[in-house]
Every structure is written in structure tokens, then in C-alpha cells.
Design a protein around this ligand. Structure first.
Ligand code: OXD
Ligand code: MN
Length: 580
């Protein structure tokens, strides 16, 4: 296989000249090709077979122990002007980055196969979808891309039709963290990544293309590329709403997207369109429509069980690649909070004994095709996408942020999104549990200056469009004793129900300086044994703490200097004044 697209052919040839692979393989995306890659990785020990009876066609990959998460400190946006990348990104001048990367790529594929992966982010026939080509020397990356994206022959045909694609060059290099870099060149629609095999660093269609490069393109073209799940909520009366929700990494997007309604809310249905990324475009009628550019899930495994996410728990029982989980005595994958059993081997392949720490790495992952999810919505394959009723922002906040509140209007919603903060998790290398600002949950993923990004969000309201309502939720409030105040998981549907009732204009709200909150009686509490005092504290707005929060937000905005849009600052002043 090769291609009629001359630019692609030349790029593959030039890359081969630089990296010197033993052979070149153009991926067709077939099941047979996936099967051959799996056999190759089993022979090489890159994959280990799991119990074929209880976990058919499931495999374990153990990564290099230094290569287990995204590396934000080694991820760069390389724009000619440093200010374009903004204080939210690490920056290198494009020429310097190219020289550094060329040095590292030189001869890096000797003895290896160079795989060419044409892929399409979004349904192949969708006008909102975009194509890319990833070159990699990692069969693990190819197999993951097969599960996560629409890749191979059909994507290549679209590239040949359109003549446009994002280029991504990846090599695992020598896996030395000293020689690990993930570079983005938005002006050239180019990504270069070396030294890591980990998902967000190596599956270039995901964070690198569908968020960093796409967010850049989206600003130029008037759409939004966001770190959001997409779900369909159907009421017992058959009314359907589509919601897009942005949460920082490992804050439960996958669980919310696959929510199973509590028994006390019969007739409600939740279907999953996406669990991580949404591309949002206005259609000709001014309606905001969402597609999920991915077609698989790369989810956090620890904590997944029949209670927290039965859909995920079941979908990863077959045809799944596990990365960095432990094993039990039956050679089944094992992770913390899976079940009452004990593991025998940890994620590094060492014998596990009580006291030897977690058996699975806290950022252990599953990779699985989306259609294996019992709650999968076929609309995820609809080229037209789905109309979005509400955008929801959320963070992991022990204190302060109430369970839910609604922004007054779009401009206030942009402030609410820009002010998202969350405690860090194991999805990225670095300290866990530190509160940091994570605007729109895009801190690690926005491919340009956040100040310009907020301006882009504000510009979405051009007066002629049907804008979704904007909300903020917080499932993670804790009491003095450190216990979570809200049960979360399926019970989050009670909050989603209030949100769609607000969208439909069916329920009132309490107006506060930070936005509209539900009256406790407005939340569906049927079957929820929650102490009324706890619900009161979940719905309280403490003016003193919020004044402090607004100061903190102002200090954060100040880091972006005079690029911060006046409209955002005016909105901030409005809320401060309302807080008195
Ligand atoms: C992810 C992340 O893997 O956000 O989705 O880190
Ligand atoms: Mn994510």
C-alpha cells in the first residue's frame, strides 16, 4: 500500500531517510492487521496474554516504569512568537525544536518497522471530522490507534480526496526521560513526539491532534475543540438532551459518560457519545453540534468496578489492552477497588504482598473500542453530530464549589469555565492532590495562549446563535472527616436532571452572586438518603470564601497580562460586586 497523495508520500520518504527503519508498513486498519500486530507483540513480550477464558483477547502491556503518564513539563507548543503559546504552555522556538528533534530522530528506527497510520478524527463522512497521519515505530501505538480511532484505508481515502492532514511523527526512541519531548508546531499542523509510549504522549490523534492542534485550528475557523465527554440523557417521557462536560483528567468523565441511573430513577437512560473529547461546531441554523473525534476509550482502570461503572467494568472483559495493571492468581488483570480478591503480581511484574503498595499503577489504563460499551450511542457515528443543550464544567474541589450552579448567561459561563480549578491526579507526572487552575479543563491541552482562547470562547456569542446553557458541578466536596459529602456516580443523574429541567425552563432556581443554584427540594431526592444538613452545605455559597476565590482568579488572569479579554474582566468585576 502507498498513496496518491504526493505530500504524504514525500513526508514518509523523508522521515524514513531520517529515522532509517528496516521496513515501512502502511496500516490498512483491518482486523487481520491488528491480529498480526498482537501476535508480534506477544512474541516480543510487549504484550502478555491474559486469562483467555475470562478475558478473551485481552492483553497486558507493562510500560517502562518511568513512562506511565503524560509529561506536561516535556510538552511544548512551538510558535514563532512566544506570546502565541502563552504562559499556559511550555514554549520553544520552532527552529530550535526542529533541530533538537531531528537530532533525536536521526537513525532512531534502525532495526524497527516504520508504521504509517492514516486516521480520521470523527465519523469518516462527517464534515466536522479531520484527518491525520501518525508515523510511529511502536506496534503498541498502532494497536491502540486501531482501538481508539477510525484508522486505515477509509481514512487514507479521505486524505486523498481532501488533500489535508495533520502530520504526527512518533518514536519510542530509547525511552530515556532525558530524551523525551512532545512538540507541537500549530502553524505547520505538525506534531513530533519521542521517548515515550504512553497514551497521551504517543497516540498522537488524541491529546496532541484532537486537542492541542485542533484547538488552534478551531480558533481560526470558528469552532471549539474541547476536553469534554458527550452524553445523551433520555427522560422517562422520551425527551432527549445532549450534554457536553469538561473535567480535568481522572475526574470521572468516563464514569459520567457511562452513568447507570439509580434504581430510584426508573425510566431514565444515559447513552455515551464520548468520554474525553468533543469537537463543537455551529450548524447553518446556529445550533451547536458535537462530535466525538475518537472511537474508543483510554480510561483509568483503578476504581472501576460493578458499582462505580458497570458499563466500563463489563466492556473491558474482552478485546481490551490493559496497561500497567496487576495480576491475580488466575492471570486476570487486577487493580485497586476491582474486587475483594488479592493480586499476586504488581504492574511491574514483581510479586505482590500486602504492604507492597498498589498492585496497579494509579494511572493504569484500558484501551477499548467504543462499541463494546453497552451504553454506546450509535449517534456517535452520525456525521451531523448531536445538538448540545448544556455545557458543564467541573473540578475536583474539596471545598468551596457547590454541587451545581448555573451561569447567568454565556459570558458568565466563559468566566465559570475559565475559573475551573482542580486537584491534580496521577494522569500526569507530578504531585497529586495540589489545587491548580485548569480553565475549561484544558490546562494541559490548549494549543495557544489561554487569554486568546477565552476571547475565542466569548466571540462564540455573536447574537445570532442558540447557545447552550452553562453549568458548574463538583462531585468531590468533603466533610471535616475527609469523607465525600455527595454519593456521586449514578446519583449524579439527580444533578443532570436539574440541569436539563433548567434547559427546558421547567424548574426555578435560587439566584446567588455566583449564579443560579437549585433549591434543595428541586433536586430529585427519591431514594437518596442524604442528611438535609449535608445537602444544605453542598448547596451553600460562602461569600467570604468566594471573595477569596475571586481574588485568586484575578491573580491567575493577571499572569496573562493585557491579553485577557476585557469582557472576561468585566464579568469578573460583576461577580465581585455581587459578592459585596
Ligand atoms: C486522558 C487525560 O488520558 O486527560 O484522557 O490524561
Ligand atoms: Mn482526558
Amino acid at each position: 500500500m502507498t498513496t496518491s497523495n504526493q505530500a504524504l508520500r514525500q513526508w514518509v520518504e523523508a522521515t524514513a531517510t531520517l529515522t532509517k527503519p528496516d521496513r515501512i508498513h502502511w496500516c490498512d486498519g483491518s482486523d487481520a492487521e491488528y491480529g498480526e500486530l498482537v501476535q508480534l507483540m506477544l512474541r516480543r513480550g510487549d504484550l502478555l496474554p491474559l486469562n483467555a477464558e475470562t478475558y478473551p483477547d485481552c492483553y497486558l502491556h507493562r510500560s517502562d516504569p518511568t513512562d506511565v503518564a503524560r509529561v506536561e513539563h516535556l510538552t511544548f507548543v512551538c510558535t514563532p512568537d512566544r506570546a502565541e503559546a502563552g504562559p499556559n504552555n511550555h514554549w520553544l522556538a520552532p527552529a530550535e525544536a526542529r533541530t533538537r528533534m531531528d537530532g533525536l530522530f536521526e537513525g532512531c528506527m534502525r532495526g524497527r518497522t516504520l508504521y504509517v497510520i492514516p486516521y480520521c478524527m470523527g465519523p469518516i463522512e462527517s464534515p466536522y471530522a479531520r484527518c491525520g497521519v501518525e508515523i510511529t515505530d511502536s506496534p503498541y501505538v498502532v494497536a491502540n490507534m486501531k482501538l481508539m480511532t477510525r484508522m486505515g484505508r477509509a481514512a487514507l481515502q479521505r486524505i486523498e480526496r481532501e488533500g489535508r492532514f495533520v502530520r504526527g511523527l512518533h518514536s519510542t526512541g530509547d525511552l530515556n526521560p532525558e530524551r523525551r519531548f512532545i512538540m507541537h508546531f500549530p502553524h505547520e499542523l505538525l506534531i513530533q513526539s519521542i521517548g515515550s509510549g504512553y497514551g497521551g504522549n504517543a497516540l498522537l490523534g488524541k491529546k496532541c491532534h484532537a486537542l492541542r492542534i485542533a484547538s488552534w485550528q478551531a480558533r481560526q475557523e470558528g469552532w471549539l475543540a474541547e476536553h469534554m465527554l458527550i452524553l445523551e440523557l433520555e427522560s422517562p417521557a422520551g425527551e432527549k438532551h445532549y450534554l457536553a462536560a469538561a473535567f480535568p483528567s481522572a475526574c470521572g468523565k468516563t464514569n459520567l459518560a457511562m452513568l447507570i441511573p439509580p434504581a430510584s430513577m426508573p425510566g431514565w437512560k444515559v447513552r455515551t457519545l464520548g468520554d474525553d473529547i468533543a469537537w463543537l461546531h455551529f450548524d447553518a441554523a446556529g445550533v451547536l453540534r458535537a462530535i466525538n473525534p475518537e472511537s474508543g476509550y483510554f480510561g483509568v482502570v483503578p476504581g472501576t468496578n460493578a458499582k462505580t461503572n458497570r458499563n466500563a467494568f463489563e466492556m473491558i472483559r474482552h478485546d481490551t489492552i490493559f496497561t500497567n495493571v496487576g495480576l491475580n492468581a488466575r492471570n486476570e488483570p487486577w487493580w485497586e477497588d476491582k474486587d475483594k480478591e488479592q493480586p499476586v503480581t504488581d504492574w511491574r511484574g514483581r510479586p505482590w504482598t500486602p504492604g507492597s503498595g498498589p498492585a496497579a499503577h494509579p494511572n493504569a489504563r484500558f484501551t477499548v473500542a467504543a462499541h463494546q460499551n453497552a451504553s454506546y450511542s450509535p449517534l456517535a457515528d452520525d456525521p451531523a453530530g448531536v445538538p448540545i443543550s448544556a455545557i458543564i464544567f467541573g473540578g475536583r474541589r474539596r471545598e468551596l464549589a457547590p454541587l451545581v450552579y448555573q451561569a447567568r448567561d454565556w459570558r458568565h459561563g466563559v468566566l465559570v469555565g475559565a475559573a475551573v480549578a482542580s486537584e491534580t491526579t496521577a494522569a500526569a507526572t507530578g504531585a497529586v492532590g495540589v489545587t491548580r487552575r485548569d480553565p475549561m479543563a484544558m490546562k494541559p491541552f490548549c494549543g495557544y495562549n489561554f487569554a486568546d482562547y477565552w476571547g475565542h470562547w466569548l466571540s462564540i456569542d455573536d447574537g445570532s446563535r442558540q447557545l447552550p446553557k452553562v453549568f458548574h458541578v463538583n462531585w468531590f466536596r468533603q466533610g471535616q472527616d475527609g469523607r465525600f459529602l455527595w454519593p456521586g456516580f449514578g446519583d449524579n443523574l439527580r444533578v443532570l436532571r436539574w440541569i436539563v429541567d433548567r434547559c427546558a425552563g421547567r424548574v426555578g432556581a435560587r439566584e446567588t452572586p455566583i449564579g443560579y443554584l437549585p433549591q434543595p427540594t428541586d433536586l430529585d431526592q427519591q431514594g437518596l438518603a442524604l442528611d438535609p444538613a449535608v445537602l444544605d452545605s453542598l448547596l451553600a455559597v460562602d461569600a467570604v470564601s468566594w471573595r477569596r476565590e475571586m481574588q485568586d482568579i484575578a491573580a491567575y488572569f493577571a499572569e496573562f497580562g493585557d491579553r485577557v479579554p476585557a469582557g472576561l474582566l468585566a464579568e469578573h468585576r460583576r461577580v465581585v460586586a455581587a459578592l459585596g
